[in-house]
Design a binder for this molecule. Structure first.
Ligand SMILES: Cc1cc2nc3c(=O)[nH]c(=O)nc-3n(C[C@H](O)[C@H](O)[C@H](O)COP(=O)(O)OP(=O)(O)OC[C@H]3O[C@@H](n4cnc5c(N)ncnc54)[C@H](O)[C@@H]3O)c2cc1C
Length: 588
């Protein structure tokens, strides 16, 4: 029977370092167990959802310190009513991400600086770097920027396509975590049930063997990709039984000769720390993607005597696993539209990212290492890895006759969310639709009809499309969620009642009305607007330029109200159209 968090205050983490985290002191009375929106998972996608839910008050902090912009566009009439809770077994946001990067000593992200958890502000990470005096941590990505330059796309700030350093990204996420109000419940969510009377969701979670419960009006599943690690069958007998079975979450450490990166990356300790026993060892790394390349280079760096990187096919060089067009902001909307028109979206997602690839900078490092006599690195291609002859002899693992002390499988993980008990339970109890093993979410990322249960990230691939897993997918998903859940987070002060209608466009989730944006001020703000300074005008102008870069469809109701054209104007337009048609027919 779950214990309600009111009687188990210690289930809520105390983290004084993050001022935005609600801290419940044991003697401070009854802990709050009710939140408006509960996010299951605390990775980058959860942080993106949290930031988007807070968007209305948060987005324009960068423009002005005295809230002039908020006053003039009507934010003063918005009042936050919702609190967001997070359930995650870690102690703060993105711990899993940070451990992965630390384990392989990755210095830069693979994705560009425009991708990060602040969904509505592509420039936010670049601005953070500038504010902190850390512009040097934005590594130029020559492939992408030269392509953009060729296409005359110099209007776009090229720094958006630079690669942020691991430390810069980590600190940026930490700064968001500190600013965005939320409650943190440490534990692992096990069950979602619905209270038939109130219509609220009761989410059970487990922390150190004790079950607790949080009540929420809406639940977002941001659990990250779910599924067991892929282990080529010849290696299975040499792994710990837990790894071979594959369970929810990261498998625990085992004593086998074969390990998987899913296990290695969950530890957060580097190979050089000596925990894995790489120094002086003969190491075989199996895989053809970036993680395999990074693991091989880390093993060389940690002092392995011999490192063989063996892939099924020759390594492919590409900036991202996804086709470059999917990270080109000018093309993603069209590509996504094409994707949504596909009959078999699962197949469409696979085609857009057909396999692991290695960025040019890593490829160069691998080739240099393999060519050098003094390096321990060898690159091998073996199309028959899945049929390798593997046997253990006197403590050594022999793979096709070659002796190794350690085998690292960088062979990825299956994407099978329905292998998780939590997803199975929700699917069964809420009759939530599934297609090709994935939640069949609707355009709002809502999983079950009439229920406020949402899915983001890799498990929402059927709606978010290729790249649902990565940071671009996080931004896309967070914007959609913010629109769907706006009424749980914001209300207007004027009449005290929650706004009844939510306009489904990008302005509405920023808390702006179209009319307000076009006029820069609503009627009640006219005085403010008249007396505004040039600085304020500049601030508003900058904000409007940023907003204009969002794809916005005008609200249908507004379209209806457009005044009819005057006869003279209609005649002028007809004449212009006629002149153009005549010119075109003459081939001019
Ligand atoms: C080595 C490496 C490098 C990468 N580099 C990049 C990159 O540069 N750019 C990029 O865009 N992507 C990169 N990726 C992909 C990256 O993993 C994803 O973009 C990102 O981590 C996905 O975030 P997420 O929040 O969906 O999932 P996760 O980061 O996996 O976070 C999910 C969280 O949910 C928690 N959770 C799961 N189940 C439950 C439950 N039942 N109850 C409570 N909590 C739960 C987990 O413990 C975890 O903390 C990289 C991946 C790897 C492995």
């Amino acid at each position: 029977m779950p214990v309600c968090a009111t009687s188990a205050k210690d289930a809520i983490l105390h983290r004084p370092s993050s001022p935005a985290t609600v801290i419940h002191e044991p003697d401070a009375g009854v802990s709050k167990t009710r939140v408006s929106v509960l996010i299951i998972g605390g990775g980058p996608h959860a942080l993106a959802a949290l930031s988007a839910l807070h968007e209305s008050s948060f987005a324009f902090g960068q423009f002005t310190s005295d809230n002039a912009f908020q006053r003039r566009v009507g934010f003063k009439n918005l009042q936050k009513i919702g609190m967001v809770g997070i359930i995650d077994p870690n102690e703060g946001f993105c711990e899993g991400w940070n451990k992965r990067f630390a384990s392989l000593e990755i210095e830069h992200l693979r994705s560009p600086a425009l991708a990060h958890p602040l969904a509505f502000e592509p420039m936010a990470l670049v601005n953070f770097a500038l504010r902190e005096g850390r512009e040097g941590e934005l590594l130029a990505a020559p492939f992408v920027s030269s392509k953009l330059a060729d296409e005359g796309f110099s209007m776009q700030d090229p720094r958006l396509y630079s690669l942020p350093s691991t430390a810069l990204f980590r600190d940026f996420c930490a700064s968001l975590e500190a600013k965005l109000p939320h409650e943190w419940y440490r534990g692992y969510a096990t069950r979602v049930a619905k209270d038939g009377d109130s219509g609220e969701y009761m989410v059970s979670y487990e922390c150190e063997g004790v079950e607790h419960c949080v009540v929420a009006e809406a639940v977002i599943f941001a659990t990250g990709p779910t599924g067991p690690p892929i282990v080529p069958s010849p290696f299975l007998p040499f792994m710990g039984s837990t790894m071979a079975d594959g369970v929810d979450g990261v498998p625990p450490v085992h004593g086998g000769r074969v390990t998987h990166t899913a296990e290695l990356l969950g530890r957060g300790s580097t190979m050089a720390d000596g925990v894995v026993g790489v120094r002086g060892a003969r190491v075989l790394v199996v895989g053809g993607g970036l993680t395999a390349a990074q693991a091989a280079l880390a093993a060389v760096g940690a002092g392995a005597a011999r490192v063989v990187l063996r892939s099924r096919r020759p390594l492919q060089t590409r900036a991202y696993d996804l086709h470059d067009d999917w990270v080109d902001m000018r093309k993603t909307n069209r590509l996504r539209f094409d994707f949504l028109c596909m009959e078999d979206r699962c197949e469409g997602a696979k085609r857009a990212a057909p396999g692991g690839t290695v960025p040019a900078s890593y490829m160069e490092e691998l080739r240099r290492g393999a060519a050098s006599d003094s390096s321990a690195l060898e690159l091998q291609v073996d199309g028959g890895i899945e049929q390798s002859a593997v046997r253990l002899e006197r403590g050594e693992l022999h793979v096709d006759g070659d002796a190794f002390d350690l085998v690292i499988l960088a062979t990825g993980a299956a994407k099978t969310p329905l292998s998780s008990r939590l997803y199975q339970q929700v699917q069964a109890d809420f009759s939530a639709p599934v297609r090709d093993g994935f939640p069949r979410v609707d355009t709002s990322l809502r999983w079950a009809d009439g229920e406020d249960l949402f899915v983001v990230g890799a498990n929402a691939v059927l709606e978010l499309g290729p790249g649902a897993l990565n940071l671009m997918g996080a931004m896309r998903g967070a914007k959609i969620i913010a629109v769907a859940l706006r009424d749980l987070m914001w209300t207007t002060k004027r009449d005290g009642a929650p706004s009844a209608v939510v306009n489904v466009n990008s302005f509405s989730c920023l808390g702006l009305k179209d009319a307000v944006l076009l006029g820069f001020a609503d009627s009640s703000d006219e005085e403010d607007a008249a007396s505004s300074s040039d600085d304020e005008q500049a601030v508003v102008g900058e904000a409007v330029r940023q907003l204009s870069s969002l794809s916005v469809r005008p609200a249908a109701s507004k379209k209806k109200q457009e005044p009819p054209l005057s006869k003279a104007k209609a005649a002028r337009l007809r004449a212009r159209k006629h002149r153009r048609a005549t010119k075109a027919s003459k081939g001019m």
